[in-house]
Design a protein around this ligand. Structure first.
Ligand code: APR
Length: 395
């Protein structure tokens, strides 16, 4: 085997999802050196469809770092959330209740494409198709990332810091000794059947609650919609043909006229939560899904990843430029505080919007409690304000 090409950098970033690409752009903007190594091809990364709501905090972050022009263009804004309860619409003015804060619709693949373009336009070093990525001595002063490129040539990058941005199934978290981590995992016992379809978007993002089960309808572009339907965990995809999908949506949303459209993608997501504590080990920092996953309820997964990335970028900047290591020492706690707050929010919404569906599923007591919680959002400005504040994204 040929000898590995040896390089050095300030931050070696493992993974080019929303977390790694955001971190890379922020570090570059701060004038700090970094290299991104990604296992997949560029085409694969750019086409992966997932989350679609950018919260207020994340949009402000791109503005403050001078990236808004290149990242946020055409992101639709909507400050109103609809709750369709037993077919009856109720509108929560999120932006008004949250003091002017609002989320933006920005599908993840657009964000990822734009972050790749911005980073490369600025001369960033982003490597796709890296195989057998390994983290060596992550707990030491001089950690190293090794990989083989598409031609099988070995490489090693010695870095001051490693950023594990390689998602839930990545290699970074597994490089930390088990005894150094506490894992918190929770299965919510609920499945979501998710559908991307050529159906006109709703006027406002919508959650639908009824005895037929939970459903949601979100905009995903001028002619597309993303739907979610509560189902059993591990549901068989083939049990849902297009006819069943649209029949169930019409029933749950209470709109017999909801048009059917071509189904572009469908999947079953089991509602799970996972948090690792601490989010750092020596000079390795775990960012985004590598450290935590959250249910899709509330749309916080991608936003948590972006928030971690900013905390880390600022902390590395303090350490390298100002000689102050304290923000890096605080990285894990800073990120975990937000993570747990959002886990709580996601769980709050999950219970409220599923238990208030079929009383036979949740039991009559929990059903009544969930309905009271839902009602309170509209009758108490404090309750509506707290919900809206978390929904729009903390400042
Ligand atoms: N080496 C290099 N890259 C890897 C490795 C590895 N061993 N393993 C995984 N990766 C890459 C993946 O191919 C992917 O591009 O790391 C990236 C991780 O990206 P995400 O899984 O999207 O995680 P993250 O950037 O933390 O974003 C999390 O965005 O996709 C949503 O639902 C997700 O909301 C969550 C948020």
């Amino acid at each position: 085997m040929s000898e590995a090409a040896h390089e050095t950098t300030t931050v070696a970033i493992i993974g080019a999802g929303p977390a790694g690409l955001t971190l890379a752009n922020l570090l570059r903007t701060a004038g700090l050196d970094c290299v991104v190594v990604e296992r997949q091809s560029r085409a694969y990364v750019e086409q992966r469809q997932r989350a679609g709501v950018l919260e207020h905090r994340a949009a402000r972050m791109f503005e403050e770092w001078g990236l808004a022009d290149r990242v946020l263009q055409d992101s639709r804004t909507d400050g109103v959330q609809e709750f369709r309860v037993d077919g009856r619409p109720r509108f929560l003015p999120i932006a008004d209740l949250a003091g002017g804060k609002f989320g933006r619709i920005l599908p993840q693949q657009f964000l990822v494409q734009r972050l790749i373009t911005a980073f490369q336009e600025d001369g960033g070093d982003l490597r796709f198709g890296c195989e057998d990525v390994t983290l060596e001595r992550p707990g030491s002063e001089r950690p190293v990332v090794t990989y083989r490129d598409e031609d099988g040539r070995p490489h090693e990058i010695e870095a001051d810091y490693l950023a594990g941005c390689d998602g839930f199934h990545g290699v970074s978290r597994r490089s930390v000794p088990e005894a150094e981590q506490t894992i918190y995992a929770y299965d919510h016992g609920i499945g979501w059947f998710t559908v991307l379809a050529d159906v006109p978007p709703p006027r406002h993002p919508m959650f639908a609650v009824s005895a037929h089960g939970f459903a949601a309808h979100f905009p995903r572009g001028p002619r597309s919609s993303r739907f979610y339907l509560q189902c059993a965990p591990g549901e068989d995809l083939d049990a849902w043909d297009d006819r069943r999908i649209f029949d169930q949506l019409r029933l749950r949303i209470g709109d017999p006229d909801l048009p059917a459209g071509a189904v572009l993608e469908k999947a079953v997501v089991d509602m799970r939560s996972f948090v690792v504590d601490p989010m750092s080990y020596g000079r390795l920092f775990l960012v985004g899904d590598a450290a935590h996953i959250i249910t899709p309820m509330g749309g916080k997964g991608m936003n948590l990843a972006l928030a971690d990335a900013e905390v880390l970028a600022k902390a590395v900047r303090s350490a390298v430029r100002d000689g102050d290591p304290q923000p890096l020492r605080d990285y894990s706690k800073t990120c975990l505080d937000r993570t747990w707050s959002y886990q709580e929010f996601s769980r709050w919404m999950t219970e409220m919007l599923h238990d208030s569906g079929d009383p036979a599923t949740s039991g009559p007591f929990r059903h009544k409690i969930a309905r009271a919680r839902l009602d309170r959002l509209f009758t108490s400005p404090n309750a509506g304000g707290l919900f809206s504040d978390l929904m729009a994204g903390e400042a």
